[in-house]
Design a protein around this ligand. Structure first.
Ligand SMILES: [Zn+2]
Ligand SMILES: [Zn+2]
Length: 349
């Protein structure tokens, strides 16, 4: 039986183990994808470093931000075939429930996240439902194609679909890691008139300014709302919260102006408080959750990259071979230098 290398979570919170496992056989309706690039993200750190996220079973192969080439089987209707360049939608969706049929795959009733509910792409091969792979245009390289599926599509969905950002509006970003940095790049491309970066990490704020933020505010160095009043007197039209803590959600809401929307992409167990209703309702503010992305978000981002409108050449800070998957995770976990995304390239053995 042909085998491959895979970086597997055996014990949550412990380093991944590189195992030699059989190359998976696609189920009916699935394709086999030879992985060219797989990005790592905060979720992987929760799984393999902190051990504070549940997995359905162990051992399980991690990796949910991937692109590669179809190496076996294909869609019955011929829409996906051997040799096609594809990216994986970050959670395998069923393609047939109500939400899949209306293009809202991240809300799929039978969604299975790679690396949590089914084997992921930190391996030489991964299987995926043919209905949940996305064609990668020839102009988009595998590495960028992989990173876009989660690290870029998540803030894009939040800004465009949930936040309904219009050109000329003012935008705040709370938490300027990988998601927040991409949010800043996207908000600029989408015509935000002013972008305010908010983070307690000085290096994250410097990076935010380099990528197009107009103001950088540090809550550990003073009252953010007071500083904001100088920069944007009326308050912000849209604030994206990327941290997932009660305190930062409340900060995001406090930064809103009249008719402002706070869009939350950070998740966690905490329960934030709303402002007094007389202020919140009287100012017609909104708080919106934004989970993942739609297929169309990823497809539109590929189009923007292919046409040269969106440049993500600085998005990948480091690359590792599969055998060094733990070094890659540690690199991301240390949050050193200007890390935006760390990539694993399984073919580079
Ligand atoms: Zn992720
Ligand atoms: Zn579905």
């Amino acid at each position: 039986m042909a085998t491959m290398k895979a970086a597997r979570l055996v014990q949550p919170g412990s380093p991944l183990e590189i195992h030699e496992v059989p190359i998976p056989t696609p189920e009916p309706g699935e394709v086999l994808v030879r992985v060219e690039a797989c990005g790592l993200c905060g979720t992987d750190i929760h799984l393999a470093v902190d051990g504070d996220l549940p997995v359905e079973r162990t051992p399980i192969t991690l990796g949910h931000e991937a692109a590669g080439v179809v190496a076996g089987a294909g869609a019955d209707d011929g829409s996906v075939k051997e040799g096609d360049r594809v990216a994986l939608f970050p959670a395998a969706s069923c393609g047939s429930c109500h939400f899949c049929r209306i293009g809202r795959e991240s809300l799929c009733d039978r969604s299975k996240v790679y690396g949590m509910a089914r084997d992921g792409a930190l391996a030489e091969y991964v299987t995926a439902p043919a209905a949940s792979v996305i064609a990668l245009p020839p102009e988009v390289p595998f590495d960028i194609g992989a990173v876009v599926t989660d690290a870029v599509a998540t803030p894009f969905h939040a800004l465009r679909a949930r936040g309904a950002l219009r050109a000329g509006e003012t935008v705040g970003v709370v938490g300027c890691g990988g998601l927040g940095t991409h949010a800043i790049i996207l908000a600029r491309m989408m015509g935000a008139s002013c972008i305010v970066a908010i983070d307690t990490d000085r290096r994250a704020l410097e990076r935010a300014l380099r990528h197009g933020a107009d103001f950088a505010l540090n809550p550990s160095e003073g009252d953010v709302r007071k500083s904001l009043r100088t920069a944007v007197p009326g308050g912000l039209d849209l604030v994206l919260e990327c941290v997932g803590a009660a305190k930062t959600v409340q900060l995001a809401i406090r930064c809103l102006g009249k008719s402002g929307r706070a869009v939350l992409i950070g998740v966690g167990p905490e329960r934030p408080e709303l402002p007094p209703l007389v202020a919140f309702v009287g100012r017609e503010q909104a708080v919106l959750g934004s989970f993942g992305m739609d297929r169309v978000d990823i497809e539109d981002l590929y189009g923007l990259i292919a046409s040269g409108r969106l440049n993500l050449s600085e998005s990948i800070s480091a690359r590792y071979p599969l055998a060094k998957a733990n070094d890659a995770l540690q690199h991301l976990a240390r949050k050193e230098d200007a890390v935006v995304r760390v990539l694993v390239e399984p073919r580079d053995r």
